[in-house]
Design a protein around this ligand. Structure first.
Ligand code: ANZ
Ligand code: ZN
Length: 826
């Protein structure tokens, strides 16, 4: 259809998003234009853009609408720039909600899961995201989870997957264990129930072996938001200090404590063992045992978070024993308390109440002595109740007296090492990753327990170990894995000795699935391993990852860990999986998170029905910087739709022929077009997508004006503006852009039209002279662009060297009349 014909048939009232969607969606489905090419002969540079893959809980929601609209801006921008872009989609489809739904409906979790996946896939296609659909994966497919099992066995062989007994977080509601990362403020991340501690044998990944590398390699992550890096750093929690050996009277072996303040050793006035540590149970005297056991039972009900909380009233019991301070031979009482954790450091501490607030609270509660050993200049903690952890000079510390804190730390470590009573060490708060779960809908752990051979991995050629067919009631949480009830499945021959043996009945944490899925996309359907090493070498690492800040710790840390292990296995040639990271905000409504109970939910599908895909997508992107929350009550998809109608009308009204040379066009409009190109390029590069949309709106207005009151629709500059608009708009409103491009008489998808280049000759701006006055007197003249923003002009004037002598401190008032005058009242 030629442009002039189009003009006759389309009026603004005819902007019909549903019709556009039906037309173009069908073409995209036929042509699959967004497929990435694995062809080595393809000369284009490669880029990998990834959105965190969705969990299939019902249809797509507003949050998906936002994150995928943002990710698509980046993917489509790179496509326009001529890159061979990998932008895949898949589903994180194992997990508890499917299982809970299956119990309720007496169904199989797969039914719910795959039905939801189909619903979401359908919605994604309508939403027009530029995915390469050919690489689609579902983590609950046996040909995906097979490779979880394969990787698990490789980790096991390397000593990175192991089983141990110990106290673990237990959700009494979901009846399963949780990783530390899944306990939020003492509650189960999924259901909100209070988490308790239980003694259980579980599988762990040895992520602690990688603690230092997880820290060090953060240096590569220039493209990550600072707050993400901080969260990762805090979670790893590196501290430097010393291990110090204390004798306990009546015990042969000395006990080690970890301290970050060995300089305060002379101020240790008591000793505390974690109430749930084996040591406490071992050394408690008969006399104190009843009190201790009652106390220990109370502590078992608390989460780590509660235990460490500084507001919590201190509790504890005396164990009836004494420890000997290795530097001065002093006898100090040994207590059991909850604020010392059994699995951090060595589960026991030397308490220095003068300089540690928790110790001080404890000392005041139980009337234990407080001795200042670092003089900080602050009032006596024993009297104020405020510990003084800061810098100072050592006192009451024998040979350390007079030293600074840092000097004393060095001196005491040297002394302890010489005496064989301690050493300098580094500690990490990071714990090993507890990965076994007592639930059904996950990857079976590929281990066979043999009474003779112990833990035997399932041979590779027998993978996958598929889930036995259980449904409904059989999945109800019982405290042991539902898989245990599938006797036929459980009882097998030992692969080593052929004797009777049993399968492990736990399944893997679903975070295992998501720790490497981004590698699978590089060679979907690969059958010789989890991924084709050659393809990953070509596509990886991911150039841009987009997803929620809620995954700042868990998913990103685990993925980084997996990548490092795979690097050590020689399977990937990079050590960090995600070069750049963008965290989008949330979509909220009326200042609050959307929720059923508040009744403030907004349905994505309904918004699309009402305003069309492009208007919804544009609204998401235009609402603000991508990191900010979007309050749906404050935005207007109706206004977005109006803008798109206006833009399409401009593209429809051009009467010059495609290919007309732009050079002869109206210069003023050409300048606007090229400025827009220049700015939008920079804005997209720096994630300021909302401002980029504002520039597109301005270009639309300028073209409108040129058609109505300027050189008219036949001027080549109008075509240039309209074609530019179609290309820029293709990043946010693909249907409207594609339709406009066709109406402009252009063939081939606008998505690959090529990003326009700004002509430097058209970027040169005339300047105007701005007068800067201080107290009414002209003190400077600045040459500024005519369109300069007020803020920018204010900055410029205030930073003028000629003004400086007339100002003392901040001026009282600055009046800006851009672009010609700045008046400063000192
Ligand atoms: C004596 C001392 C004096 C300490 C002082 C601090 C200040 P980070 O930085 O988190 O590694 N600690 C050691 N093991 C513990 C455990 N299992 N549970 C609870 N607290 C434990 O903290 C290390 C400090 O936390 C250690 O240094 C120890 O108290 C305590 F003025 O030792 B400190
Ligand atoms: Zn055996």
């Amino acid at each position: 259809m030629g442009p002039s014909q189009a003009r006759r048939t389309v009026a603004v009232s005819e902007y019909d998003p549903q019709a556009l969607q039906a037309k173009w969606q069908q073409r995209w489905e036929e042509q699959e234009p967004y497929r990435a090419s694995d062809d080595d002969a393809d000369p284009r540079g490669r880029r990998y853009m990834l959105d965190m893959f969705p969990y299939p809980s019902g249809d797509l929601h507003m949050g998906h609408g936002e994150v995928f609209a943002i990710g698509d801006v980046v993917a489509r921008y790179w496509m326009q720039q001529g890159y061979n872009v990998l932008h895949p989609i898949g589903w994180d489809s194992f997990g508890l909600p499917a299982e809970n739904a299956a119990i309720k409906r007496n169904a199989h979790p797969a039914e719910w899961t795959y039905a939801n996946i189909e619903t979401q896939a359908h919605s994604f296609r309508r939403y027009g995201i530029a995915f390469d659909w050919s690489r689609r994966l579902h983590t609950s497919d046996p040909d995906y989870y097979r490779w979880n099992q394969w990787l698990f066995i490789r980790f096991f062989e390397r000593g990175l997957a192991y089983r141990k007994g110990g106290l673990v977080n237990w959700c009494p509601n979901d009846q399963t264990v949780l990783a530390n990362e899944q306990v939020v403020a003492g509650k189960c991340e999924r259901c909100g129930a209070d988490v308790v501690r239980r003694e259980l044998t579980q599988w762990y990944f040895k992520i602690t072996d990688y603690a230092q590398r997880l820290l060090d390699d953060m240096e590569q992550l220039h493209g990550w938001p600072e707050r993400l890096l901080t969260m990762q750093r805090n979670w790893i929690g590196r501290s430097e200090g010393a291990d110090v050996l204390f004798e306990i009277e009546g015990r042969d072996e000395p006990v080690t404590v970890y301290t970050t303040r060995p300089d305060t050793l002379y101020g240790a006035t008591f000793f505390v063992v974690a109430a749930d540590a084996a040591l406490a149970d071992e050394i408690v005297t008969d006399e104190q045992r009843p009190a201790f056991e009652t106390y220990r039972a109370e502590v078992a009900r608390l989460s780590d978070i509660e235990r460490l909380s500084t507001d919590k009233e201190k509790t504890g019991v005396f164990l009836g024993r004494y420890a000997i301070n290795p530097v001065n031979g002093e006898r100090i009482p040994v207590w059991a308390a909850d604020y010392v954790l059994s699995d951090y450091g060595h589960g026991a501490i030397m308490a220095v109440p003068a300089h540690d607030q928790r110790d001080l609270d404890f000392a005041r509660k139980f009337d234990l002595p407080v001795r200042v050993v670092v003089h900080t200049g602050l009032a006596d903690p024993g009297e104020t109740g405020e510990a003084t952890p800061g810098e100072g000079t050592l006192v009451n510390s024998g040979p350390l007296d007079g030293l600074s804190k840092a000097e004393a730390i060095r001196a005491i470590i040297e002394h302890l090492e010489r005496e064989g009573r301690g050493r300098g060490t580094v500690n990490y708060r990071l714990r090993d990753w507890l990965l076994s779960r007592q639930r059904y809908w996950g990857t079976p752990i590929p281990i066979i327990h043999c009474p003779d051979c112990g833990e035997v991995p399932v041979p590779d050629e027998q993978l996958p170990v598929t889930l036995p067919d259980l449904r409904g009631e059989a999945l109800a949480p019982k405290g042991v894995s539902p898989l245990a009830s599938a006797t036929e499945w459980v009882n097998v021959e030992c692969p080593k000795c052929s004797g009777p043996a049993k399968r492990d009945t736990d399944t893997m944490d679903t975070f295992v699935d998501s720790s490497w899925y981004f590698l699978r996309y590089c060679s979907p359907g690969y059958t010789d391993g989890p991924f084709d090493v050659e393809q990953v070498r070509k596509w990886g690492p991911i150039d841009q990852y987009v997803g929620g800040i809620e995954h700042a710790v868990l998913h990103l840390l685990y993925s980084r860990f997996f990548t490092k292990v795979l690097h050590d296995m020689g399977m990937v040639d990079f050590t960090e999986p995600f070069a750049r990271m963008l965290n989008q905000g949330q979509v909220i409504n009326g200042g609050k998170a959307m929720s059923k109970s508040l009744g403030n939910g907004v349905d994505l599908g309904q918004q699309i029905d009402e305003y069309g895909v492009d208007a919804v997508r544009l609204t998401m992107v235009f609402a603000g910087p991508p990191e900010d929350d979007i309050d749906w009550a404050d935005v207007s998809p109706a206004a977005s739709q109006k803008f798109l109608a206006r833009a399409l009308r401009v593209m429809s009204e051009v009467t010059s022929e495609p290919g007309v040379p732009f050079e002869s066009g109206d210069v003023a409009l050409r300048k606007v077009t090229h400025h827009t190109i220049d700015e939008v390029t920079k804005l997209v590069d720096s994630y300021r997508f909302n401002v980029a949309v504002a520039r597109m709106m301005e270009l639309t207005s300028a073209a409108r004006k040129a058609i109505d009151a300027g050189p008219g629709p036949a001027d080549p500059a109008v075509r240039e503006a309209a074609e530019t608009l179609a290309i820029l708009l293709s990043l946010v409103a693909p249907y409207t852009a594609e339709e406009g491009w066709e109406r402009l008489g252009r063939t081939g998808p606008v998505a690959f039209a090529g990003w326009p280049a700004a002509d430097p000759a058209l970027l040169v701006q005339e300047s105007v002279t701005c007068v800067v006055q201080v107290a009414g007197k002209v003190r400077d003249r600045l040459e500024v662009p005519p369109g300069i923003a007020e803020d920018e002009l204010r900055e410029l004037a205030l930073s003028s060297e000629k003004i400086a002598p007339y100002l003392q401190g901040m001026p009282r008032k600055v009046i800006v009349r851009a672009p010609k005058l700045v008046n400063i009242v000192p």
